[in-house]
Design a protein around this ligand. Structure first.
Ligand code: CP
Ligand code: NVA
Length: 303
């Protein structure tokens, strides 16, 4: 059976740190003749059932730089978009390509794809998890605070969504402290929390942003309405009032704190322009780090 990467906990702690170290090496080697091409002659499919800019670009470019050919499919242009079962898609993909990155809605669709594939499957975002983003986020934290992630104290402000769930799983594996401030009714997945706590994760969920921000070295947030929740956007704007990350929020954090956002961002909603475009923001390094970490991941999974 091939290895998959559907959630951060598909990695051991050693594997996680090994990938982050390798991503640092690949960043340093980028553009040099010494950069490895371990996927020479292979093809990797990148399949989207939702919109994407960063995931599309970073996987396409990264797969190319590893020596393989990216084959990007938008489901609406394929038979998947006309109802072909995901299980049949998995069996067919396994005959053509050497790995598949899949962005979809229900996490069960990723599990079904993985269950019927004989090639590695990577979660390019589901409604439940966005683990490739967390690899980039952890690389970015290490660039500011050094390699030992357990020195970070992360504040998550906003929706208990796929990104929040992924931070929770990462806290359990990497050992950093995580405090999530989520409005009532928008808390993270209970089972994800329980599983992470069973692994020793230092995670708390609080009701007010101030409780999470006090002493934080990393502040992160995300859109209030994720892909697929567009019709809840106005209701969510009311529920999330007071959850903007602005200069006053950053003023509550530890000195030297950084701001992360997976992007795309809505300035004036979940984050002020002054913060995302300000000196504490690391969002462009974070976006770049998608490329390096995913290359390390594919090198490890596919070779
Ligand atoms: N952060 C992220 O996954 O961005 P895209 O939706 O543009 O891929
Ligand atoms: N939570 C967001 C992340 C986008 C990268 C969404 O799922 O739309």
């Amino acid at each position: 059976m091939s290895r998959n990467f559907l959630t951060i906990s598909d990695l051991s702690r050693e594997e996680l740190f090994g990938l982050l170290d390798r991503a640092d090496e690949l960043k340093a080697l980028r553009g040099s003749p010494a950069h490895p091409r371990p996927l020479e002659g292979k093809s990797i499919a990148v399949v989207f059932e939702k919109a994407s800019t960063r995931t599309r670009l970073s996987f396409q470019v990264g797969i190319h730089e590893l020596g393989a050919q990216p084959v990007t499919l938008n489901s609406k242009d394929t038979q998947l978009g006309r109802g072909e079962p995901i299980e049949d898609t998995a069996r067919m993909l396994s005959r053509y390509v050497h790995g598949v990155v899949y962005r979809t809605f229900g996490h069960d669709r990723l599990e079904a794809l993985a269950g019927c594939s004989t090639i590695p499957v990577v979660n390019g975002l589901s409604d439940k998890f966005h683990p490739v983003q967390l690899l980039a986020d952890m690389m970015t934290i290490r660039q500011s605070f050094g390699p030992a992630l357990d020195v970070a104290r992360v504040a998550w402000i906003g929706d208990g969504n796929n990104m929040a769930n992924s931070w929770i799983v990462s806290a359990g594996l990497a050992g950093f402290e995580l405090v999530l401030a989520c409005p009532a009714g928008y808390q993270p997945d209970e089972q994800v929390l329980a599983d992470a706590r069973a692994r020793g994760a230092k995670v708390r969920v609080v009701g007010r942003p101030e409780e999470a921000l006090e002493g934080a070295t990393v502040v992160s947030t995300d859109v209030w309405a994720s892909m697929g929740q567009e019709d809840e956007a106005s209701e969510r704007q009311g529920a999330f009032a007071g959850f903007i990350v602005d200069e006053a929020s950053m003023g509550r954090t530890a000195s030297g704190a950084i701001f992360l956002h997976c992007l795309p961002a809505h300035r004036g909603e979940e984050v002020s322009a002054a913060v995302i475009d300000g000196p504490q923001s690391r969002v462009w390094d974070e976006a770049e780090n998608r490329l390096h970490t995913q290359k390390a991941l594919l090198e490890w999974l596919v070779v």
